[in-house]
Write a protein that binds this ligand. Sequence first.
Ligand SMILES: [Zn+2]
Length: 121
Amino acid sequence: MGAPQERAYFRYNRVGKLYLVRRISVGGKRKEQWIPLDPLDCDQFAKAMQIKKEVHDQIVQVPCTNPRCSNTIPMTKKQLEEFFISSKKRYDLVIFPYCSIACRDEMLAQHGGPINGSHES
Ligand SMILES: [Zn+2]
């Protein structure tokens, strides 16, 4: 790979000053350039981080796991992540979101197994 590659990211130095760090790789050689940001850019950066956080709190419409249902469940991205991560961690299970108890029961019924003793035959 002879083509120069460039990556840029933000870094705080030891005294908490914000820098834009450009890392350029040319022919396997790495070069770093630390560009100090002036206070105005620091403001921009803070705003960008705020937007990132807001995106995280944005509502996404999660489709109901029941394929015959077209409902969606509104969740924030954060909730969604926590929903999957925490159920995996806590119960070592992947839990799928359903819009309603009825949808969940329908799917459980399809995959066999009575639910809450409400099994009819
Ligand atoms: Zn549903």
